[in-house]
Design a protein around this ligand. Structure first.
Ligand code: AMP
Length: 422
């Protein structure tokens, strides 16, 4: 029978106990650490559906963005309604807050889950990938910007990110954006013949996005282009400077007046974090302020700032200490009182929640079970046979250690032994 494979750009993540360098292990570990950080910053979790009305993304992410133009997974459901697998999290969070009439309040939220974009897969770029994100809603410019950068510095530290650089910029208010866009179009229009098709389209629909161009010709032309810094108010420039100064001992922060973000809804402060170790897809998180999004989606005026973090990319560039929990391989070599041995393992598990007990479920010789225990990275094998069940004892055999002398302990001794394991 022919095998069925996964779809292009959609990866399986399978945890492997004995090898912490497997991407899946790092992804799961990264998620755990991120959740700890979010909790530490007093954020609350929000979980929204993976499928939304297609119009939600058209109205928020924007008709001119690559995501909406080319990358949406859009289908008709059985009722011919156009639905879309979410390509990002912010639009759904805002939809939810408005729908639940919570748009008059302040919120500090985090989410984590899969996103879908029909992109050309390459290293660090998938069609289904996982993002964690933060949305701080209801607070005007100032404090949340500092909180966001503080959290990124903490994330860089805890995940030991290799060569992190945070780039920050300010897109000004709508007037700044308008004046700057006009200046950019005036500058670029006489040079239209030197622009490629993609940049010509951007010139028409969303000139700011030309600053994102990867075309070397365009990059050269942009060197002499007007800069948004000529149009920014002093207060915006001061915000950038004070963020850079305040965290200068914690993270490397660069003001980059060419930083614009791919999604249409950003206003004001924007940022991105990159690591050169990622190669072409070098951004591992990005975000900014989007004060108009709530009103744009039919809600109240609700100032907001958020960011999205690419979990797989973080996993690729983080050094994580091997904080593996202690694993005990529980080996039963009894054929007639197995059930009693299961009960022992059940009780041992509740003694110390920091150790994991892997009851070996397969039949086989003691030798093959010990081999499997070693392969799975267990620190100890606990061996229980008929004699041990009878005498209420367990044989404890240290694995992967020079001292591999086994000992027999009664249940009280084992309880103490397990309590003392970290
Ligand atoms: P964005 O929503 O485009 O600002 O993306 C935020 C973060 O999500 C990026 O910095 C990446 O780390 C990650 N990301 C975006 N697209 C992909 C993708 N196709 N595959 C893997 N990670 C992605």
């Amino acid at each position: 029978m022919e095998k069925i494979n996964s779809l292009t750009g959609m990866t399986d993540l399978i945890e492997t106990k004995a090898d912490e360098n497997v991407l899946a292990n790092k992804v799961f570990q990264t998620e755990k650490i991120l959740k700890e950080i979010f909790t530490n910053y007093a954020m609350s979790e929000i979980r929204t559906p993976a499928l939304e009305n297609t119009n939600l993304f058209k109205r928020s992410v924007g008709d001119t963005s690559d995501i909406v133009n080319k990358e949406l997974y859009t289908f008709s459901d059985k009722n011919d309604k156009s639905i879309t697998l979410r390509p990002e999290g912010t639009a759904s969070v805002m939809r939810s807050i408005i729908e639940k009439k919570l748009d008059g309040e302040t919120h500090k939220l985090w989410y984590l889950g899969p996103m879908w974009r029909y992109e050309r897969p390459q290293k660090g770029r998938y069609r289904q990938f996982n993002q964690a994100g933060i949305e701080i809603l209801g607070y005007p410019e100032g404090a949340p910007e500092f909180e966001m950068i503080s959290l990124i510095c903490e994330l860089n530290r805890k995940l030991q990110i290799r060569k992190p650089l945070i780039k920050i910029n300010h897109l000004g208010d709508s007037n700044t954006k308008k004046l700057f866009c006009k200046a950019l179009v005036d500058y670029l229009t006489p040079m239209k013949s030197n622009l490629d098709e993609k940049d010509l389209l951007r010139l028409d629909s969303n000139p700011l996005r030309i600053l994102d161009s990867k075309n070397p010709n365009t990059i050269e032309i942009l060197k002499k282009a007007p800069s948004i810094s000529d149009y920014l108010q002093d207060s915006s420039k001061e915000l950038l400077k004070s963020i850079q100064e305040l965290f200068s001992d914690k993270c490397e922060i660069q003001i980059d007046f060419n930083l614009v973000r791919g999604l249409d809804y950003y206003t004001g402060f924007v940022f991105e974090a990159i690591s050169e170790d990622l190669g072409a897809q070098d951004a591992y998180l990005g975000g900014g302020r989007y004060d108009n999004l709530s009103a744009q989606l039919g809600g109240k005026d609700l100032p907001a700032i958020g960011m999205a973090i690419g979990i797989e990319r973080l996993a690729l560039i983080s050094y994580q200490e091997n904080k593996n929990r202690t694993l005990i391989s529980f080996i039963i070599i009894s054929s007639n009182s197995e059930a009693k041995a299961y009960k022992i393992s059940h009780e041992l598990r509740s003694i110390n929640k920091n150790i994991d007990i892997d009851v070996q479920l397969s039949q086989g010789s003691l030798k093959s079970k010990l081999r499997r225990a070693n392969k799975n990275g267990a620190a100890y094998a606990f061996i229980v046979g008929d004699e041990e069940i009878e005498s209420k004892t367990v044989i404890i055999k240290p694995l992967n250690k020079e001292d591999s002398d086994q000992s027999t302990m009664n249940l009280n001794e084992i309880e103490n032994f397990i309590k003392n394991l970290s």
